[in-house]
Structure formats: C-alpha cells, structure tokens
Design a protein around this ligand. Structure first.
Ligand code: ZN
Length: 766
C-alpha cells in the first residue's frame, strides 16, 4: 500500500526541502521510512536563519518567521505578527479562489500579546479633545493605509473621502497613526461607558476555606505566600482587594476596595488569621455561584471593572443557587455520545458570566479537585468572560505547591486589558464572518471581552462578498479597553495584504502555523458539535482538497502517482494528523470529562505561539549536555522528531508541549548521568513519583535544569513527569506527545496518514 505514496519513480533518501523538481529526479526502491517524510524539525531548524531583527514590511505585510524562531519585529506600518497573524499573506481576488483551494483566510488576533525583551509595546498617543481620526463612512481609524490629501483623506477600506478640520493638519504626516501598524490612543469620553472615564480595575480574590482546602494543603500554602505573589500585580496596578467569603450571601458594600498599599496591613492580618480560623473547619460542601455573584456585585457597587480570582476545591453541592450534581460520564468520552458530557448542567453559570462581561469582570478559576468538579458547567464563568481555568487535580502542597504559586504569580502579573470591545474592519469586498474565542456578542460585529490578557487570542475567518478591485486588502482590529491605570484607550492593529489571482502566490504565502491554529480550533468545535468521525473526515477532506488544487493549478505536469506538496504547506498533513491525536479531540475514557473540557477551553483562546508546541511537541536529547560552574548555556539542544523511532535509549530526552514536560530516560542511559541528575545508581531507583528534578551541584544536573529554564514560556506552568523507558507512564507519554507514531486503533502514524491523504488527492483529481 505504501508504494502508492511515491508511485513507481520514487523513494527518497534525503528529503528536505520537499521540492517536486528534485523529487522527480530521484529514483530508488519504493520503501517509505519516516526519514523521507517532510520533517517539522528540519523546517524549524531551517527557519532559525530568520532569527533576529525582522521588519513587518510596508505597504504589504511580510510573511513572518515561524513562531519557534526567536525574532523581534520592527513595526514598519504593519503590526507585529504576535498581534495579528493570518493564514494567508495575500488575499485572493475572488471568493472562488478560496473556495477552490479550500484555504481559509483567517486571522489570529492577540491584541495584548506578550512581546519579547527586544520588542516595544505599542506607544500611547493622546490626540486631545478631537480624539481619533476616523473615516466618516466605515468608521475605520486613521492608519498608514489612508491616502492623505490637502485637508482630507481617502479611506483605504471604503474609498470615502473624509474632510479633516483639525488645526494641526499641516503636521498630519508626522502623526503616529500614519506610521505604525500598532498603536494606542487615549479615548475621549464618548468612548467611555455612560460618557464617564472609568476607575482603575480591581482584583478580588476568593478562597475556598472548606476542609478540603486544608487537607490538601492549598489554603495554608496560599495564605503564607499570597502577599508575596500580589506584589507582582501588573505594574500599572493601583487597586487590590481581598475578602474571605465566610458569609458569601451578604452583599458587599462600597468602600471595601483599597489601593494595594493601604490594603496591605489588613490583608496581612487576614492571611495570618484565615488558616487559624478555618483549620477546624469540618465543612466539605461549598457554594460557588453566590460567591461569584457577590464578587460581581462588589465590583459593580464600586463601579469598577476587574478580575475575580476564585479558588475552589470541590463541586458546589451545597443547597444554594448554582448547586450542581455529581455525574460520571467518563465512559462517553471518545464515543458518538461524547458531546452529551460537555453540555453544562444548567445555564445559570453562563448567564452569570454574561452579566460579568457587561460589567467588565473576568472570572478566573483555580480548581483543586480530587474528583469531578464539572468544568463544563462552572468553566462557563471563565469561557464567557475571557478568564482562565487552572486545574490542579489531586493537588498536594508538597508536590504541586511550588508550581501552583509560580502559576498564580505569573497569572496575576500578566499584561491585561479590561472591559474590551473589539471590532475587525476589512476592505470593501471582504468581511469577517465567524469568530472563535472567549467573548460575548450581542450583535454580529462587536466582540465584548471582560478582559484580554497577553496569552489570549481570538480568531476570525474572513470571506468575500465581492471581487476585490484594489491591489491590496486591509484588515484593521480596533480594541476599546480600560488600561490597568484606569485609562480608556483604543488599540489599533493594522495589516495590508496584496491581492492576487495567482494560485502560486496564494500557496507560496500560506502561513502553515496560523493555518494549524485555525484547524485546531475548528477541529475542537466540529468534534464537539458533530462527533469525531465527521470532524476527521471534514479536516482530512479539506487537507486533501487544498493539496489537490495545488497539483491542478501549480504543478500540472507531475505524474499522478506522485505526492506533490507545496513548500509552505508540506507539513500540513503531519499537523492535521497531530491535531486528531490531541487529548482535547481524541481523549477517551482514560481521561476525565473535566480534563477534556479543560483542554478544550484552553485551546479556545490559544495563541498560534502556544498551538504549535501543543500540536507538535519539542523533543530534545539532554543527557549529552554539561554545564560547568559559571559557564552559560549557549544554545538549546537540537530538536529531534516526535517519534519513538528517533529516541535513542542510551540517552535521556526532554519532551515538552507547553503544558506538560516529560524527562524520558532510556533504559541504557549512562549510569553517570543518572547518578549525577538523580543521585541514584540505576534507572529503576529513580523517584518517578514526585515529578521533581533534584538540584545537584554537577555539570549534568545543571545542564538539565538550565535547559528547562530556557524553554519558551508555556501556556501553563508545566507539570513535570519523570519517565523511565518501559515504565507505567511511558505508553501515556507516547500517545500524548510522540505524534508521528500510531497511537491506538483510531489514529494513524504520520506515514499512514500521508498515504491516506495521497489516496484522497488522487480520488479528487481522477
Ligand atoms: Zn472608510
């Protein structure tokens, strides 16, 4: 069967790059090994050549480096791709081209994305009482793609001419909104709720003080460290409140909210008292909805947007609004009936979430369950409000405490915008059709977010409603938001893409990573709505159609027996097949309903930067590395492919997807390494239970810990597992992370999937 892949002519010894021309010249035996398939690692390594300073381009946006390549952007009029990244760096002239290629035109938007140390935050400008300059017809904001006239400008989006009356029009050409792809403007009162400037946002922390939070050690640990953690609130922060919800039914009164410095003595005293007061607590039942309601009321009463950070250990079964029942639907996972398990028990949590959005309040859930806690229902509080869910199943302060504290510290110090309304505008002829992310919509154009933080993205798919007549198409995202200092601002993000009817161009400028993020989100949605069989068929067919059209339009002469892949999309089959293997998609009864829903929620707002390692994990050999005292690590170990075929059992590896981190130790790993890193003489003596890597003062241990430190920030504080070859955890690790291999009956290996896609392509063409 495999010979069908390359037809009679082929079998390729060295494969990169996947170029049909070199490919046709190669002859040999028709045997396929993973070595001849397009390699994600090779592509990632090749792209390192683009690391360093990178210019965003003008007038047209340049295709950005891969997310794995460390680069820093210079804004030339198009925004940093961390803010907006599109599946195509060209816009087809007609919708017919998109339909024929099946390539989506979708933009992943992360308006407050985390930048690296070499990148500057978009500057803030104040245009005074005049406020922002906008097109009188389509309301697009002034940007580098407007045509400036004497006392007017012509809109790049809709071509309408708008007169400008401002006195300093002579200085117009130096204005930042005419130069930059990303910038902030101070909003005038007309952009504020009720026409009034907002107050500073506030943080409210609500802690479960039931017996459960004592027995797992969460509450004492948190009380002991919270003051230190709160010092990391965003630097612009002015406000902080804390409350314990001993009497959560009692509405709070205004005046509770204090600036951090004033709150500190009371906070310190409360944190010292809480463990004492509640240490004898026998209560194991808790409430949740009234707690969130009380928090929302408190913030509303204080007339502030903000964040509720809620710590909860158990399903809210106590007799109060939002009381939930335990249910065990684990057996439904991975079956046709699965979606039944994802339906909220009741919609009151969703409705409360919507109320929160209206007041600019986000709910973060930090969950510490030992059993079912119904993420599908209570998670709506975060899903609707743009919050985050952190889940510490079977939490133990000893094993997970440090990770939890780091996670919390990192979370509260994130860049964050409150009370946001976002709108995406495009050139006449195209428009956003669908949106994916954590937001609330009352009409078909405005997205309301209680908050957007630096790790969150939303996605929009754009479609044609006419043939494009211009040479370029524009996309502008405007986010009206309240900053941490309580200033109402607008963030404007701009992108200009060339318009083409050339299929070669369309394929050449497809961004494989934005496309993967789009497909992952679509897969989660389809899997939830239609079930896994239909989802897989839909994505595979799309993948095959994309590649079949490439053949038809761009490489007509090639024999049918050959699989021809466009250079930009040569990894698409690998990534699609990896998406199918993701736990959020294919997780069965080996995982819990809560875990699966949690992962689905995580993906909903995931940035492309986090999607890629999540779909194709980083695997790197580590046991050869040593760092002597005072020596710095120069570069990370070279990646190897995510397949057991590439793991050498005389070595140890780090395997990472941004959420979990495995240290895999081959059975024949050198004894000196095992001794140096774990302080034991054989692999079978390694403590694999604790998930801890001991701190030892030697070159091997130092190297391992340093590499872990140097890993790009994951979407979560990674949970670490130590796995020795052939131990109990290994099959799980392989299924989860070695995505090139076959895993279970339902999932194909990379090779098999490529054969399968090739067959589909042949069927489409013939
Ligand atoms: Zn306009």
């Amino acid at each position: 069967m495999t010979s069908g892949l390359f037809g009679e002519t082929a079998a390729v010894g060295s494969f990169a790059p996947w170029d049909p021309r070199t490919y046709q010249q190669v002859h040999g035996t028709p045997e396929i090994t993973p070595n001849v398939l397009p390699s994600a690692v090779q592509v990632i390594n090749d792209d390192y050549a683009r690391s360093g300073l990178w210019s965003t381009g003008f007038p047209n946006a340049e295709m950005p480096p891969l997310v794995s390549t460390f680069s820093f952007s210079r804004d030339e009029g198009n925004c940093n791709p961390k803010f907006m990244r599109t599946t195509l760096y060209v816009v087809p002239k007609t919708g017919g081209i998109l339909k024929e290629t099946q390539l989506p035109l979708a933009v992943s938007i992360s308006p407050f994305a985390e930048l690296n140390i070499y990148e500057k935050e978009p500057p803030v400008f104040d245009f005074g009482p005049e406020g922002p300059t906008r097109c009188k017809r389509c309301r697009a904001y002034m940007c580098p793609f407007m045509e400036i006239g004497e006392r007017s400008f012509r809109c790049g989006f809709c071509h309408t001419i708008t007169q400008v009356k401002t006195a300093d029009f002579t200085d117009f050409k130096n204005r930042p909104d005419l130069r930059l792809g990303a910038f902030d403007m101070v909003a005038t009162n007309e952009y504020c709720k009720n026409g009034r400037a907002p107050k500073e946002p506030a943080f409210l922390i609500m802690i479960d003080v039931s017996n459960n939070s004592f027995s797992n050690g969460m509450l004492p640990l948190l009380c002991h460290n919270l003051e230190k953690i709160l010092r990391n609130l965003p630097r612009e922060a002015g406000q902080l409140e804390s409350a314990d919800f001993q009497e959560p039914f009692v509405p709070m009164v205004d005046g509770l909210l204090l600036p951090y410095s004033e709150a500190l003595p009371g906070l310190r005293a409360a944190l010292a008292e809480i463990p004492k007061i509640f240490s004898q607590s026998r209560t194991t039942e808790t409430i949740l909805q009234p707690v969130v309601q009380a928090g929302l009321d408190a913030l509303k009463c204080a007339d502030r947007a903000g964040k509720l950070i809620v710590f909860s250990t158990v399903l809210p079964t106590y007799d109060a609004p939002g009381k939930l029942k335990a249910k065990n639907q684990r057996s439904l996972l991975g079956t046709d009936k699965e979606k039944g398990a994802f339906v909220p028990q009741e919609d009151s949590y969703t409705k409360l979430g919507e109320q929160c959005v209206k007041s600019g309040v986000t709910v973060d859930l930090l969950l510490f369950p030992n059993g079912f806690i119904d993420v599908a229902t209570i998670g709506q509080l975060s899903a609707v409000t743009g919050g985050s869910i952190f889940k510490f199943q079977n939490f133990s302060a000893q094993k997970d405490g440090i990770r939890m504290l780091y996670e919390l510290q990192r979370h509260v110090s994130k860049k964050i915008a409150f009370d946001c309304i976002a709108r995406v505008r495009t050139s006449t002829g195209i428009r956003p059709i669908t949106f994916t992310g954590s937001f609330y919509m009352e009409n078909s154009t405005d997205l309301e977010f209680a908050t957007i933080d630096e790790n969150k993205a939303f996605l929009t798919e754009i479609e044609h409603d006419d043939t494009l007549k211009d040479e370029a198409a524009l996309i502008q995202t405007a986010v009206l938001y309240t900053s941490m200092t309580g200033q109402r601002r607008l963030r404007i993000l701009n992108m200009c893409l060339p318009v083409t009817s050339d299929y070669h161009q369309v394929y050449r400028l497809a961004d494989p990573e934005a496309l993967t993020a789009f497909m992952l989100k679509q897969a989660v949605q389809l899997n939830r709505d239609k079930g896994s069989a239909e989802m897989k068929e839909s994505l595979s067919s799309r993948c095959a159609q994309i590649l079949a059209t490439y053949r038809e339009k761009c490489s007509e002469g090639a024999p049918l027996g050959q699989l021809i892949l466009p250079e930009s999309l040569k990894l698409m089959p690998l990534y699609v097949n990896s998406i199918f293997k993701n736990d959020a998609i294919s997780g069965g009864s080996e995982m819990t309903v809560d875990d699966k829903v949690w992962q689905m929620e995580l993906i909903r707002g995931m940035r492309t930067e986090d999607v890629m390692p999540f779909i194709y994990p980083r695997v790197m050999p580590i046991s050869d590395f040593q760092i002597n005292e005072k020596e710095e690590m120069k570069e990370l170990p070279k990646l190897v492919r995510a397949s057991a075929d590439f793991l050498d059992n005389t070595k140890a590896y780090l395997i990472d997807n941004g959420v979990v981190l495995f240290v895999w130790i081959g059975a024949a790993c050198p004894q000196t390494w095992v001794q140096d890193v774990f302080g034991v003489s054989a692999t079978n003596q390694i403590d694999t239970e604790s998930g801890l890597i001991p701190e030892k003062d030697n070159a091997h241990s130092r190297a391992l810990r340093r590499v872990i430190q140097l890993l790009p920030r994951g979407i979560r504080q990674r949970k670490t597992f130590v796995v020795v070859e052939k131990s109990n955890l290994e099959p799980w690790m392989k299924k989860l992370l070695l995505v090139e291999d076959k895993s279970g009956a339902a999932n194909m290996s990379y090779v098999d999937y490529l054969v399968y896609i090739h067959r589909k392509i042949r069927n489409l063409i013939s």
